[in-house]
Design a binder for this molecule. Structure first.
Ligand SMILES: O=P(O)(O)OC[C@H]1O[C@H](OP(=O)(O)OP(=O)(O)O)[C@H](O)[C@@H]1O
Ligand SMILES: O=c1[nH]c(=O)c2nc[nH]c2[nH]1
Ligand SMILES: [Mg+2]
Length: 175
């Protein structure tokens, strides 16, 4: 399948596709929280937008945390990584809770891939605890706690980016 600009589609470039359902994602977030519960307590959760918003909500609920802030970062346009932009940092109030270095703050993202996003946020908050649901090998050393590791050539399809669709039978060429 080829897109308008003759470049392969996200699906074609995906390497190993790893589709994640809402149900699976919720379970993985709860598994992540079990681990985080042993590391905390934390003063606040910081979601790396946008992908980190969903796990941050679930983790915050499970840990009983009500102070939730965001670091708004953009890097990928579909599956192509461009320049990293910090569109918004944490509030002064949240920064104070973390003593300026992020101590006692919990940063949450959906995944770490090359580690570019995680590295940037770590530079902003070096003493914060960084948790992701999924991790690829290149970015894994940056993460303090994660649940599932996938290979570097895997593309994770999150439930908020996907919809149910017909799949051809395996014998007719389905992946
Ligand atoms: O380790 P890296 O190679 O930096 O990739 C990981 C980041 O990429 C995705 O975010 P993206 O920038 O696509 O934005 P989104 O969260 O708004 O989808 C994902 O949510 C991580 O934040
Ligand atoms: O939906 C996504 N799946 C991924 O595997 C990935 N890696 C970086 N950014 C990503 N976004
Ligand atoms: Mg993201």
């Amino acid at each position: 399948m080829v897109e308008r600009n003759s470049e392969p589609s996200v699906q074609d470039r995906a390497g190993r596709p790893f589709p994640v359902s809402w149900d699976q994602f919720h379970r993985d977030c709860r598994a992540l929280t079990w681990r985080l519960n042993e590391v905390g307590p934390f003063h606040a959760v910081i979601a790396i937008t946008r992908g980190g918003l969903v796990p941050a909500a679930i983790v915050a609920r499970e840990l009983g945390l009500r102070v939730i802030d965001t670091v708004c970062v953009a890097s990928y346009d579909h599956d192509k990584q461009g320049d990293l932009k910090v569109l918004k940092g944490i509030s002064e109030q949240t920064a104070k809770l973390g003593g300026g270095t992020g101590k006692g703050l919990l940063i949450v993202d959906d995944l770490v891939d090359t580690g570019k996003t995680g590295r940037l946020v770590r530079e902003l908050l070096p003493d914060a605890h960084f948790a992701t649901v999924y991790a690829k090998p290149q970015g894994r050393p940056l993460v303090d706690t994660y649940i599932t590791e996938v290979s570097q050539d895997t593309w994770i399809f999150f439930p908020w980016d996907t919809a149910l669709s017909f799949q051809p039978p395996i014998r007719d060429g389905a992946a």
